[in-house]
Design a protein around this ligand. Structure first.
Ligand SMILES: [Zn+2]
Length: 464
């Protein structure tokens, strides 16, 4: 016979068990590291944990609080690592990794007209674009980029390779006045863009877009038609803008206006436009860009390498425009490492302003995360680690000699970290790389295919 005491103890035990809520099953928990949330308060949780269910973040908290509430099918240990929102590259041409190092040390117009456009005329094909995008995706996954904005040809092939790799992207089908590999006329390019938009409009990873190359490579009618197409389908409109001084001279001579004012007169600027470079911009231009809520992409490495100039980043930050950071294509950078882009954005701004206090590490990190999300008009989905946002995040090792010791993790991310330090890359809740092993792409095959294509490019350039 049980003693009365035993019965009481058993009853209390059962009550305690009943009071403890069952732990919710989730798909993934990343736990143990310093979580740099990039939320509005810029909270840092250390040690912290990020809880993911399906494609979404459902909670960010301490490891103990999270362990008490959730049970995960997969757990990623990130002790001593930094857990960061995935980086957002707001301007690139993914397949151009195939032209990496093909022609360096030239001015923008020489580089484009003597090397890049001729090489593209002979070698751009669906196969080149697919192979190049896979190589670019491999590099982006390995260096912590989770979203990129692209402008190129055969964009549907880029989209398929992007989805296969598991990355998120805004992909702009190029519209250009002269005959190119995927369209003989701008009208053909526009028709191709419309087919592409219809095909990928409801894709969970890819946002299709229209990308008129620039105002100096498209006439008035093509620019207007591009803007109309983007508005008709509610998709983004991307272009190169105010990149070279020549472009401003060309606009003033032909249209009697700055590039920003000319595009304003065409009704080009809308609430979903992204302008890459924006270097040569007057105060009046800035007022137009701000009024139209144009997203801007700053590309410090490409701008320095091509000596295009320095975008007025300090002015942009003070004005509160939507400013993100990009690498530009690998032919003018020559890599897609967003850590380097953050570092160079900070250094270039300091150098130009002769003021080391401008664009501090915190501001550079913002450009590559929340800033990029805003520039792409995707701030409700990505850019920070908060419940309700998509689970796009990375973990970064802080154990290299170069990163020791750590006083301020944000300083290290911008001034000492490299893409190679990224250990885990997660997009839309899916683990694309763990312990530097990429799960979605066959690394050896991607690199072998790229080298095979490079042999064709070498031939094409030799025979010109
Ligand atoms: Zn570009």
């Amino acid at each position: 016979m049980k003693s009365l005491l035993a019965v009481i103890v058993a009853a209390i035990g059962l009550a305690a068990l009943a009071a403890q809520p069952a732990r919710r099953s989730v798909t993934l928990i990343v736990v143990g590291g310093t979580v740099i949330t990039q939320n509005a308060a810029r909270d840092i949780v250390s040690p912290g944990a990020v809880v993911v269910d399906g494609s979404d973040i459902i909670e960010v908290g301490t490891p103990d609080a999270v362990a008490a509430k959730y049970r995960a099918s997969e757990t990623i240990e990130a002790r001593e690592d930094i857990i960061l929102p995935g980086l957002i590259n707001t301007h690139t041409h993914a397949p151009m990794v195939i032209y990496r190092g093909l022609a360096d040390d030239l001015a923008l117009m020489d580089w484009l007209q003597k090397y890049i456009f001729p090489a593209e005329a002979k070698t751009v094909s669906p196969d080149m674009v697919r192979t190049g995008t896979k190589l670019a995706a491999l590099e982006m996954i390995e260096s912590g980029t989770t979203t990129f904005a692209d402008m190129y040809y055969f964009e549907e092939e880029i989209a398929k390779a992007t989805v296969e790799a598991g990355l998120r992207a805004v992909l702009g089908q190029t519209i250009i006045q002269f005959p190119v590999a995927d369209a003989k006329t701008p009208a053909e390019g526009l028709a191709r863009a419309e087919r592409f938009i219809r095909e990928f409009k409801d894709n969970g990873l890819v946002v299709p877009a229209v990308a008129p190359h620039a105002l100096y490579t498209n006439d008035r009618a093509t620019l207007v038609a591009s803007a109309e197409l983007s508005r008709r389908h509610g998709v983004p409109l991307l272009l190169h803008f105010a990149e070279a001084e020549d472009e401003v001279r060309h606009a003033r001579e032909r249209f009697g206006a700055t590039p920003a004012a000319y595009l304003e007169s065409l009704g080009f600027w809308g609430p979903n436009t992204l302008a890459a470079h924006a270097i040569w911009v007057t105060d009046d231009d800035l007022a137009i860009l701000k009024r139209r809520d144009v997203g801007l992409s700053h590309n410090p490495e490409s701008n320095m390498k091509l000596a295009s100039g320095a975008a007025p980043v300090v002015k942009y930050l003070a004005a509160g425009v939507a400013l993100g950071l990009g690498t530009d294509g690998a032919a003018s950078n020559n890599d897609l490492d967003m850590f380097e882009a953050m570092r160079q954005a900070s250094f270039l701004a300091k150098h130009v302003a002769k003021d080391p206090t401008v664009v501090p590490a915190r501001a550079a990190l913002d450009l590559a995360t929340v800033g990029g999300a805003r520039a792409l008009h995707m701030e409700r989905l990505i850019g920070s680690l908060e419940p309700g946002k998509r689970a796009d995040l990375i973990t970064i090792s802080m154990r290299a000699a170069r990163q020791t010791p750590i006083y301020d993790p944000v300083s290290h991310l911008v001034y000492a970290t490299r893409g190679d330090d990224v250990r885990t890359t997660i997009v839309n809740g899916k683990v694309l790389m763990k312990e530097r092993q990429v799960r979605t792409l066959d690394r050896a095959a991607v690199i072998a295919d790229a080298n095979r294509l490079a042999a064709k490019v070498r031939e094409a350039v030799k025979s010109r």
